[in-house]
Design a protein around this ligand. Structure first.
Ligand code: PMP
Length: 352
């Protein structure tokens, strides 16, 4: 080994879901929204003053922060924006989990959490889900350096009630509790109203799922103004200009189009309910989902085999080669046509 190689930081990176290239494929593997962004998004881009790209963007992304604050009935100093919720969550780990005590998150959850903890040298413990894949709130009552969990959880899709979320926040008022609400718009009860009561609560959202804009990369956090100031201080110490001008404009336009937002949510929820029935008729069992995906296991065929067979036919779903969930597939809710192609293929394959 050469001397300089010894000084290179070695990490095991997060592996994002596959982004297959080419036409004629059905992509149900990374929980994107199958419908286009709100019409106002294209308009904002077309009307953008291209000469403005010469200049640095507004480091505070005020237009986007203000639009989000208005949408949620908050003050602008209660909102932080970043480049996807991955960026927001990474900054939040850096900002809030500094006590040296272990941060708690579930064993079976968003697989980026342990990667950030390792990267930033934050100790962590991972309480197991119960026998029905639910988060057990009592596991989060022990002493810790912070708590983070998604609601609904990923990749299970299982929702926790607002009362249970509040119990976790209330039991942990000496540390920051982050509720990652990447999928909450698809049917859950948000913890957002609790930020007025609990100064230690940070609620994180994304534009990648319910706002149909994974390609733009926008995420945000909401909480007490002291938390938002702290995370902004870390951001400005690292990279002041995280948000580029086109994404600020497109994000603000998307938030203002509430009718489009609500109509695509309703459509996806309807398709999800239909999908449960159709998949069950094909021999699957689906965990109860509050998200834009289903976590399903087949009573005979193995998940890995199904994953490979689907992929061979240009239908991409997600398979996790992990203990307890290695016989499940995570299937994103697509358009009606995409779902019909999925059921059609599964029917031919399973009944061949
Ligand atoms: N949290 C959870 C639970 C997720 O599933 C995802 C999507 N991979 C994210 C956060 C990150 O989403 P994004 O960075 O696209 O906002």
């Amino acid at each position: 080994m050469r001397a300089w190689e010894a000084n290179i930081r070695k990490v095991v990176p997060y592996v994002p879901g596959e982004q297959p290239k080419g036409q004629n494929l059905i992509k149900l593997n990374t929980n994107e929204n199958p419908y286009p962004p709100a019409p106002g998004v294209a308009k904002a881009l077309q009307e953008m003053d291209v000469d403005a790209l010469r200049k640095y963007p507004d480091p505070a992304a005020t237009a986007l922060v203000d639009a989000l604050a208005e949408f949620h009935g908050l003050k602008s100093n209660q909102v932080f924006v970043g480049v996807g919720s991955d960026d927001v969550l990474g900054m939040a780990f850096l900002t809030f989990f500094n006590s040296g005590k272990p941060v708690l998150f579930p064993d079976i959850t968003y697989s980026f959490y342990p990667v950030w903890a390792e990267l930033f040298g934050i100790p962590y413990e991972t309480p197991a889900l119960d026998g029905e894949f639910r988060i057990r709130k009592e596991d989060y009552y022990r002493e810790n350096g912070g708590v983070i969990f998604p609601n609904p959880n990923a990749p299970t899709g299982i929702l926790m009630s607002l009362a249970d979320v509040e119990d976790i926040v209330a039991h942990n008022q000496d540390v920051v509790v982050i509720v990652d609400e990447a999928y909450i718009d698809f049917g859950g009860e948000t913890a957002l109203p609790l930020i007025e009561t609990y100064e230690n609560l940070l609620v994180v959202r994304t534009f990648s799922k319910s706002r149909n804009m994974a390609g733009v990369r926008i995420g945000y956090a909401m909480g007490n103004s002291a938390l938002i100031k702290a995370i902004n201080d870390v951001k400005y110490s690292y990279n002041s200009y995280t948000m580029n001008l086109p994404s600020i404009l497109m994000g603000a336009a998307a938030v203002k189009d509430t009718a489009y937002f609500e109509s695509t949510l309703a459509k996806i929820k309807k398709t999800r309910e239909e999908a449960v029935g159709r998949l069950e008729a094909l021999g699957f069992t689906c965990l109860p989902s509050g998200a834009n995906f289903l976590f399903a296991t087949h009573r005979q065929a193995g998940a890995k085999e199904l994953f490979e067979a689907l992929k061979e036919n240009r239908i991409f779903v997600r398979y996790f080669n992990l203990p307890r969930i290695d016989n499940y597939l995570r299937i994103t809710i697509g358009t009606d046509e995409e779902m019909e192609a999925l059921y059609g293929f599964l029917d031919r394959y399973l009944n061949r």
